[in-house]
Design a protein around this ligand. Structure first.
Ligand SMILES: [Zn+2]
Length: 425
């Protein structure tokens, strides 16, 4: 039996451990917001990985967005040195999960096993992936103790809210520099036979239209900012949305609908502030002097961020031509450039080969419609050799009765292990 077959059997033999580890991780509710139990889950991972010979560092993202004494942003980085010099393969998983929401038929933090699936918030996104990478690494170390290079496993905070108290902070502190880490696999739930090369870009902005406050019974004495915003929306419907639908990308984005530029209107607010739900009074009559809209523009690798912004300014200028007293501001809230790792990159090649070996099929290549922590690894860490690969069905993420399939976890752990053998064996 060769080393690869031995490793596949070793991972299969650790199936029960993989299930139990996933359940244990689900049972630590790491809801974000607000960012609960980060220290607890890092301590849990710390104990586990130290037991398997890893050196660990607990890093708090002090001063990062979201970090406070009440909700500290803790991160864990574990490293196991091989017996010979070589490259470092890093598995990065986020430890946070999103709110539970309604509609569950199982306990969201119970980790119940039913029909070969483990249920719970974060089961697929992405505690199942984290567990698979840990078991893959531990099995690889057991079978191939004299490996080259190093293996790192990190559990990081706040991916769901932008990653600033997690991967972004660590990248700024040098944890993801190309001198330290050469290959990165992020076990997000992209399906066990797909390699995710990157993501589209994001431009979030707030548009504000200005008016003039007056008594609501005499609106002609004021200037209604909400009507100005109505004109902006109408111009968007006429010129902007059709133009975005025409912009197609060569990036292999899934699902199909995201293979074009998109824009979502996240919120609109104009006029008097909303009162608390228990307020029983009536509103007062005023002409709104301000209306704010938050837009979420997702753009393609073929588009330039400056053009994306100019397009919005052009919409506003067209409205201005036809309306008296039309005044506006545009404020950028967030920008993330699109990123896509080359198919020829070593980590892509290695994982593709592993998928073919383990599953007997060719890997599919995809790009994510939304961003994830690869953005920080690429932009701050300057590390281009990075992909997302992990078990679980992306569509189940953030839904009620989220689950991860046990067979899928075992198979993707085998792919990760096979890839370690290829890169470090
Ligand atoms: Zn995720």
């Amino acid at each position: 039996m060769d080393l690869s077959e031995k490793l596949m059997l070793e991972i299969e033999a650790r199936r029960a451990d993989l299930v139990e580890l996933t359940q244990d991780l689900i049972r630590i509710p790491t809801l974000n917001p607000p960012g609960e139990n980060y220290r607890e889950i890092c301590d849990f991972l710390d104990r586990r990985l130290v037991r398997h010979g890893f050196h660990t560092d607990l890093v708090r993202a002090e001063g990062a967005i979201g970090d406070s004494d009440k909700y500290p942003r803790w991160n864990l980085i574990a490293r196991k040195e091989g017996a010979q010099p070589g490259e470092c393969v890093h598995f990065n998983s986020h430890i946070d999960v999103v709110e539970v929401g309604r509609g569950w038929t199982t306990d969201p933090f119970g980790g119940e096993v039913k029909d070969g699936k483990i249920y719970g918030r974060g089961a697929c996104d992405m505690k199942g992936g984290l567990a698979a990478s840990i078991v893959a690494a531990e099995a690889f170390i057991a079978i191939c103790p004299d490996f080259r290079g190093a293996i790192e496993i990190s559990g990081t905070a706040d991916e769901e809210s932008g990653g600033f108290g997690g991967v972004a902070y660590l990248a700024e502190k040098g944890w993801f520099s190309p001198e330290r880490v050469q290959h990165v696999i992020i076990p997000e739930p992209l399906n066990k036979d797909r390699i995710c090369l990157g993501h589209r870009g994001v431009w979030w902005a707030e548009i504000e239209t200005h008016g003039e406050i007056a008594h609501g019974s005499m609106p002609f004495l004021g200037d209604c900012a909400v009507r100005h915003m109505g004109a902006v929306m109408s111009e968007m419907e006429t010129s902007l949305f059709p133009a975005l639908a025409q912009k197609r990308t060569d990036m292999p984005v899934v699902p199909e609908g995201a293979k074009q530029s998109t824009l979502n209107i996240n919120s609109i607010h104009g006029g008097e502030a909303e009162q608390e739900a228990d307020y029983t009074g009536l509103p007062s009559p005023c002409v709104p002097d301000s209306c704010r809209m938050v837009i979420d523009r997702r753009f393609l690798i073929e588009e330039d961020i400056d053009e994306v912004q100019e397009e919005i300014h052009a919409v506003l200028r067209r409205v201005q031509e036809s309306r008296e007293n039309f005044r506006y501001d545009v404020r950028e809230l967030q920008r993330v450039l699109p990123t896509m790792t080359e198919k020829s990159a070593p980590v892509v090649q290695s994982v593709a080969k592993a998928i073919a070996d383990v599953m007997g099929k060719e890997a599919d290549y995809v790009v994510s419609p939304g961003t994830y922590d690869q953005k920080h690894i690429d932009r701050i860490g300057r590390l281009k050799n990075c992909i997302a690969y992990g078990p679980g069905i992306l569509d189940l993420a953030h839904k009620p009765d989220e689950y991860v399939g046990i067979d899928d976890m075992v198979e993707s752990a085998q792919v990760m292990g096979r890839s370690l053998l290829d890169l470090l064996g």
